[in-house]
Design a protein around this ligand. Sequence first.
Ligand SMILES: Nc1nc2c(ncn2[C@@H]2O[C@H](COP(=O)(O)OP(=O)(O)OP(=O)(O)O)[C@@H](O)[C@H]2O)c(=O)[nH]1
Ligand SMILES: [Mg+2]
Length: 174
Amino acid sequence: MEPLKIIVTGPVGAGKSTLIRTLSETEIVDTDAAASEDIGKAMTTVAMDYGTLRLGDQLLYLFGTPGQERFDFMWDVLTEGALGMLMLVRGDRPEDLGPARRMLDYLLSQHPVPHVVGVTRQDRPPVWGPEEVALFLGLPTERVVGLNATDPKSAVQPLVRLLELMLAEEESRP
Ligand SMILES: Nc1nc2c(ncn2[C@@H]2O[C@H](COP(=O)(O)OP(=O)(O)OP(=O)(O)O)[C@@H](O)[C@H]2O)c(=O)[nH]1
Ligand SMILES: [Mg+2]
């Protein structure tokens, strides 16, 4: 089976690098550098993250984008050739959902691929759950999954869902 390229995207601090670090079975590539603006944390992705994960007999190549808009030119570059998209948002920052919606709309307009939204920090209540986020973003509930990006069993869930949706869409194609 051909490896599948999956793009992991979303606003600053959503947990993109953490998810790839948590799940990758091979040594990851990351490009975290000292943040040049006050984004509430010291380090930020400036180019990409890369890791790999096997789900059943399917190998996934996970590409993470930077979150900061000053690196938005990388979003398109990295999404090129991706067959699925995982967008992460922080469950404890509802104010990030507007920008996340715009980012998702833009990326899907350029790359219309199966997609899932992951709501991180479910281990840190009180947070918005996946149902609330689905409602806010106007997405069907099966496309939104809650997770803790630091826990392998939990972090894998949105990718399992994405793969299911990708297979279902493939089967329904004439
Ligand atoms: N407890 C908890 N911490 C999380 C979770 N997801 C991310 N974090 C923490 O949030 C911080 C930021 O996570 P990153 O993975 O750097 O976020 P990012 O989306 O790659 O951020 P940028 O590259 O700056 O856009 C780190 O300290 C993570 O450990 C989660 O689900 N639960
Ligand atoms: Mg990052």
